[in-house]
Design a protein around this ligand. Structure first.
Ligand code: TMO
Length: 314
C-alpha cells in the first residue's frame, strides 16, 4: 500500500512539471529534405546544424520538391523549411487536406516567383513590365531553337510553374524551354549580359540574383486564388493559368504531424525559426556567388548571425 501511494505521489509530482522538462526527444535522426535551389539547401543545413548544436541527430535527404509534401505527410521526412506559395502552395495544400502535415510557422519574408528579365531586356522592349508588351516584343527573344517565337527559359520541371499552360491561356507567342538546373539559368543570364541580348527567365525573390542583375518581374494578370483550377478566375472566363504567380507570396515551414510528439524539443525550436528576405538572399549568395559548399555556407552564416538564431535554442 505504502509503495503504491509513493508511486501515486511521484506521478502527481511529475505531472505538475513543465512538460518540456520530462518529455525527452527521440534520438532517431530528424530527416531534413533538400532540393535544387541554393537558399533551401543552405537554410536546411543551417537549421540542421542548429538542431545538432542542442543535441539532436539530423540526416539530410535530397528529394523532389513537389513529392516532398507527400513524404512529410507520411513521416518519411520530418519537415520542410521552404514552402514557397507560388511553386509549392498547391502540393502543400493537397497534402494538408489528406492529413499528416501542417503549417508550423511562416518566415518573416515575402516571396515572388515568376517570369523576370534583366534591365537590358527592357531597353530593347520599353513597354515592359506589362505582359502584353512582352508578347509584342516576342521576336526580340526568338532563338534558332524557338523559331519565330520568343524563348522563355523556365526553371527545372519539378518546380511545376505551368508556364506552357500560361503561354497557351494568354495566347502568347512564346515557347517555354526548361533549364536543367538553377545554375543553368544564371549561366545563361551571364552569357546574355556580355552581348546585352534580350532574355526572359524564371527567377524568384529572395535570391542572390537581385544583387547581381537589376531587373523586374513581368506583370501578368494578378493572381487570384483558384486561377490554377477554376476557369472563371483570371483574365479569361474559360481558361486556367491565365494569371501570374502570387506577387506577395508566403514562405512557410511545414512539419510532419508526428514531429511534435517524437521530438517535442526540436519541434519547439522549429516553431521559432524565421528568416527574412535579406537573410535568405545572403544564404543563396554564399553558394551561387562565393562558391561555398552548402554545409560550409550554413556554418559561416550561423557563425556570423548568432544573435539571430541563439535565442531560438532557449
Ligand atoms: C522554387 N523556387 C524558390 C526556386 O522558385
Amino acid at each position: 500500500m505504502k509503495h503504491n501511494l509513493t508511486r501515486l505521489v511521484s506521478a502527481a509530482a511529475l505531472a505538475t512539471c513543465a512538460p518540456m522538462a520530462w518529455a525527452a526527444d527521440s534520438t532517431d535522426p530528424i530527416i531534413i529534405p533538400t532540393h535544387n535551389w541554393s537558399s533551401q539547401i543552405v537554410m536546411s543545413n543551417a537549421v540542421g546544424q542548429i538542431l545538432e548544436s542542442v543535441g539532436h541527430s539530423v540526416e539530410y535527404v535530397s528529394t523532389d520538391s513537389q513529392a516532398v509534401y507527400e513524404s512529410v505527410r507520411l513521416g518519411d521526412v520530418s519537415l520542410e523549411l521552404e514552402v514557397w506559395e507560388g511553386a509549392f502552395g498547391a502540393s502543400f495544400r493537397a497534402a494538408v487536406e489528406k492529413g499528416g502535415i501542417h503549417d508550423v510557422t511562416s518566415h518573416n519574408a515575402v516571396t515572388r516567383e515568376d517570369w523576370w528579365y534583366p534591365m537590358w531586356s527592357k531597353e530593347a522592349c520599353p513597354g515592359l513590365p506589362d505582359w502584353k508588351a512582352l508578347n509584342d516584343c516576342a521576336a526580340l527573344f526568338a532563338t534558332p531553337e524557338t523559331g519565330s517565337k520568343g524563348r522563355f527559359l523556365g526553371g527545372p520541371v519539378d518546380w511545376l510553374k505551368h508556364d506552357a499552360e500560361k503561354v497557351e491561356a494568354l495566347g502568347m507567342n512564346f515557347q517555354v524551354v526548361n533549364a536543367g538546373s538553377a545554375a543553368a539559368i544564371w549561366a545563361e543570364l551571364g552569357a546574355a549580359e556580355k552581348t546585352k541580348t534580350p532574355i526572359v527567365v524564371f527567377n524568384w525573390t529572395p535570391n542572390f540574383a537581385e544583387a547581381v542583375w537589376p531587373g523586374e518581374f513581368v506583370e501578368f494578370p494578378t493572381w487570384e486564388d483558384g486561377c490554377d483550377k477554376n476557369p472563371a478566375v483570371g483574365l479569361y472566363p474559360d481558361k486556367v493559368y491565365d494569371c501570374g504567380n502570387p506577387a506577395n507570396g508566403y514562405l512557410k515551414i511545414a512539419a510532419w504531424d508526428g514531429m511534435k510528439d517524437k521530438w517535442p524539443g526540436a519541434y519547439a525550436l522549429l516553431s521559432k525559426v524565421s528568416f527574412t528576405n535579406p537573410q535568405i538572399a545572403e544564404m543563396a549568395k554564399l553558394v551561387d556567388i562565393d562558391g561555398m559548399e552548402p554545409e560550409d555556407a550554413a556554418a559561416a552564416w550561423l557563425a556570423a548571425n548568432e544573435s539571430i538564431w541563439k535565442p531560438w535554442t532557449n
